[in-house]
Design a binder for this molecule. Sequence first.
Ligand SMILES: [Ca+2]
Ligand SMILES: [Ca+2]
Length: 93
Amino acid sequence: MAKRVLMIIIIIFLLSSLIGVWAFESSLVASVKVLLLGDADENCRVDIFDLAITGKCYDQFPVNMCELADVNNDGKVDIFDLATVGKNYGRVC
Ligand SMILES: [Ca+2]
Ligand SMILES: [Ca+2]
């Protein structure tokens, strides 16, 4: 009887460990984000839409939609950000 209870406890422990590992791995996968300089819409490619976003955000504070348009993260969207988008044009994650 005690042996059976011990087996059940071990099985519950192993299952809960597996669930814990699965939840941990899921949270890791969800938090990994690939950075691609110039990818202003975060679709894993630098294309005409990123140029359009960076152009629309030109000379604006990098907030909301323009946050990723500030490619060099200097607090403004300017010609250097546009140049970086142009330099990385066509790249994919
Ligand atoms: Ca993009
Ligand atoms: Ca900038």
